[in-house]
Design a protein around this ligand. Structure first.
Ligand SMILES: [Zn+2]
Length: 84
């Protein structure tokens, strides 16, 4: 199974999704992350947002990702992508 890592909000710097260019400072990301609205995820050394990652991963024909949270706990993120 594919493995990806949730990026922990820090106090400085910026994050940018490689697919959609969604960019936030770590500070703003922390607020959205805490509210459960956004996750940046590191997958194959590249940063994606939680919306783009399933699309990117689906192109590998996998159906789920093992997502490692900031607390080190893993959960399985399943996705269905129709390939539009
Ligand atoms: Zn994105």
């Amino acid at each position: 199974m594919l493995k990806a890592f949730v990026i922990e909000p820090k106090s400085r710097g910026k994050l940018c999704c490689k697919e959609c260019d969604l960019t936030y400072t770590h500070r703003d990301y922390g607020i959205l992350y805490d509210a459960g609205k956004l996750m940046y995820i590191k997958y194959k050394k590249t940063t994606y947002c939680n919306i783009c990652l399933p699309k990117v991963a689906a192109s590998t024909k996998e159906t789920a990702i093992k997502l490692v949270g900031v607390d080190g706990k893993t959960k399985t993120m399943k996705f269905w992508y129709n390939g539009e």
